[in-house]
Structures are given as structure tokens and as C-alpha cells.
Ligand binder design. Structure first.
Ligand code: NI
Length: 387
């Protein structure tokens, strides 16, 4: 059976679905219509499924012979972005847009379901299809795992369509591929007073500013220059009036890195700097650190297998190399439970105006890549089970 050819048969099916999902985008945890449509398509194929994590769906394709279990994952949620593309399948849901390509992921996985269903008599094992909610909040995977989606799963495989990668290229390199993404909040307590008499108060604006500046030393002074990390403060709220000493400040930010050891150090380092910087201005600071998603680290063996899969489908030229990215991806959580790979499938094509970054209001994809994604999902599953 030639999976690339089978995928070609479903090319229009997958593109039509992608455009439909694109027209009706839904934000995290509200993927109601999308989830219903996924189930309808699975029903038509006669593939059994269960609901999981609210709007999530886990479908199962059993091969004729018993064997290993591999899970293929797609995410379904969209973003609060107002679409600026002038296309016939433009978002009909005002203020919400599939600006990250998850519409493509969901439809490619349905394409793979068709392919795998066609060849299931030759499958040696079980394929699980994860249609996951709430990736953009880094909450969906955690909830799916909590409800047992990874029970008995021997390997996982995910795809992210990628706008920095040229159409035709597929990157499945081993090692860290996407960063951890955590959130922190620092609450600074000072003492209010008159702006003309600062010595009588404790200025939370000054203490908060010092914290923002001192946090810049986390990456530059505490982490090896051979490692990469990010500490960014995105929110600084303080004060009520120009001539009132502010009594409190709230800072919010994010951390990124590719190494679980560094990630583990962030809370202590940030807390130490926040408290000590605040203290030097007589203020107090408190840290709330919220773990989002760990770094996404592709397993060596799974990456090797995925490389042979890409070569088998589309030749050695299709294997693309790509620098790792500082965005987060909750696929990382499945990788903590079983070996696997996230593949980046290139969708960049300037001739088709598909060269805007993810989350941009004009993000779009070269839809010819969708067929390749379906084939990749299916072939990986088949070869993983045969290994
Ligand atoms: Ni995404």
C-alpha cells in the first residue's frame, strides 16, 4: 500500500474540512462545533471514539493483529485574533481566528483516519487519534492525560504546521524542539502617601521597576551562555494618580527554556530577586509561579523513525532542518509519558501569500501541505507498529 497515493485521494476532503474549521473557529475549551464535526466524520468512517476532557475526542482504530499502541495527536482550538485575510473561507466568528494552523491539524488527522481505516486489516496494533482541546492555554493535554488518554500508549506523534518552514520540507529532528512556557506573577506591597512626600511612603512603582530591571540578570548572569532562556515581564500595573505614591504593583511575565533543570531553577531565582530588590526599597514582594508546559523534547529513536518515514513518503529532499523555537507546545506533556516526536510540516509559500507568522491576523498556509501531513501521520503510525 502506498500511503502517499492514498493521501492524494483525500486531498480535497482534507482541504474542504480545513476551510470549514477555519470558517468556524472556537477558542480553548469551547471547541463544541469542531468536536461535533470530528465525531460526525468518525461516525461516517465507522471509527469508534470516546469524549475526553470536555470537547476532546479519542478515536481508536484496531488492527487485525494485536500489537503496540501509537497515539496521533491534533489540537482543535483557535485564537482571539480578528482575521485580516480576504479569502472565501474567512472566519465567520468575529474576533476569533485559526491563526496557528490547528484547523489544519484537525483536518489532517481526519484525513489520516480515512487512510488508516482503509488499511486497518494490515495494521499490527492499535492507533489512537487524539483530538485535543485547549492547546493555546497549555491545559488540554494535561486534562486528556488526567482522564487516561495515555493509558497503554507506547508512542506518540504530533504535527505542527509551520510558517517559518518552506512548503515541502518536514522537520523531525531529535532533542529540544520547543521551549517550556510558564507564567509568573509578582505582587509588590508598599505604602501609599503623597507624591510630594515620598519618604513617608514606600513606593511600589520604584520597587517594581527595580524588580523588572534586576530580572534581566537571570538570563545574563545565572544561566550558562551556552544555554538559551527567556524571562519577560509583559504586565506592570501600579498606581492610581500622578501625585499619589503607589502602595502596590503587580507584575506578570513568562519564562522559556529548553532544559528541565533550568526550568526547575526559575521559581527560586525569580523569588530571590523579587524579594531582595523589593526589600532594598523597603517594600515586600511575593511570587506566584504557575507551571505551564515543559520543553518539547523529541526522542532520539522516534526522530530516527520519523526521518525514515519522511524519506519513504517524499524523498530525502523533504527532510528539513529547523532551529528550535521558543514557543511552547503542550504536546510536551504526552512526551513525558511516552517516546515520540513532534514534526514541523512546512506551509510557507510566498507566492501564495502564506508567509505571515503564527498568531498574525494574516496567517495562512499552503494547503498542499495538508495532504503531506495526513500521509505523515498515517505512515508514522504504520511504521511504528511494524517496528
Ligand atoms: Ni499552535
Amino acid at each position: 500500500m502506498n500511503i502517499a497515493n492514498l493521501a492524494k485521494n483525500y486531498k480535497d476532503y482534507v482541504i474542504d474540512l480545513r476551510r470549514e474549521f477555519h470558517m468556524y473557529p472556537e477558542i480553548s475549551w469551547e471547541e463544541v462545533r469542531t468536536s461535533k464535526r470530528v465525531k460526525e466524520e468518525l461516525d461516517k468512517m465507522g471509527i469508534p471514539y470516546v469524549s475526553m476532557a470536555g470537547t476532546g475526542v479519542v478515536a481508536t482504530i484496531e488492527g487485525k493483529e494485536k500489537g503496540k499502541t501509537v497515539a496521533l495527536r491534533a489540537d482543535m482550538d483557535a485564537l482571539q485574533v480578528t482575521e485580516a485575510n480576504d479569502v472565501e473561507y474567512k472566519s465567520k466568528n468575529e474576533g476569533v481566528m485559526h491563526a496557528c494552523g490547528h484547523d489544519g491539524h484537525t483536518s489532517m488527522l481526519l484525513g489520516a483516519a480515512k487512510i488508516l481505516n482503509d488499511v486497518k486489516d494490515d495494521l499490527e496494533g492499535t492507533v489512537k487519534l487524539f483530538f485535543q482541546p485547549a492547546e493555546e492555554l497549555a491545559q488540554g493535554a494535561a486534562k486528556m492525560i488526567e482522564e487516561g488518554c495515555m493509558d497503554g500508549v507506547d508512542g506518540v506523534f504530533g504535527i505542527h504546521l509551520w510558517s517559518d518552514l518552506e512548503y515541502g520540507k518536514i522537520s523531525v529532528e531529535a532533542g529540544p524542539r520547543m521551549a517550556s512556557a510558564d507564567m509568573f506573577k509578582i505582587i509588590v506591597k508598599g505604602l501609599g502617601g503623597h507624591g510630594s512626600l515620598p519618604h513617608q511612603g514606600i513606593d511600589a512603582v520604584v520597587a517594581g521597576s527595580a524588580i523588572v530591571m534586576d530580572l534581566q540578570s537571570v538570563v545574563s548572569r545565572e544561566i550558562s551562555p551556552l544555554q538559551s532562556a527567556v524571562v519577560s515581564v509583559g504586565v506592570f500595573n501600579s498606581g492610581t494618580r500622578f501625585n499619589v505614591i503607589s502602595s502596590s504593583a503587580v507584575l506578570e511575565g513568562t519564562t522559556r527554556c529548553f532544559d528541565p533543570e533550568i526550568r526547575g531553577r526559575f521559581p527560586k531565582v525569580i523569588e530571590r530577586i523579587a524579594k531582595n530588590s523589593a526589600n532594598s526599597y523597603r517594600a515586600e514582594a511575593q511570587l506566584e509561579y504557575t507551571y505551564g508546559t515543559p520543553p518539547t523534547i523529541n526522542t532520539e529513536g522516534a526522530s530516527k523513525l520519523a526521518t525514515t518515514v519522511v524519506e519513504k513518503l517524499y524523498g530525502t529532499d523533504a527532510v528539513g532542518m529547523m532551529e528550535k523555537v521558543t514557543g511552547g507546545e503542550d504536546f510536551a506533556m504526552y512526551l513525558e509519558k511516552a517516546p515520540g516526536v513532534i514534526a514541523f510540516v512546512g506551509i510557507r509559500n510566498e507566492a501564495k501569500e502564506c508567509d505571515y507568522p503564527h498568531h498574525h491576523e494574516r496567517f495562512n498556509m499552503d494547503e498542499d501541505a495538508l495532504e503531506k501531513g495526513s500521509a505523515l501521520y498515517a505512515q508514522y503510525a504504520i511504521d511504528f507498529l511494524n517496528e
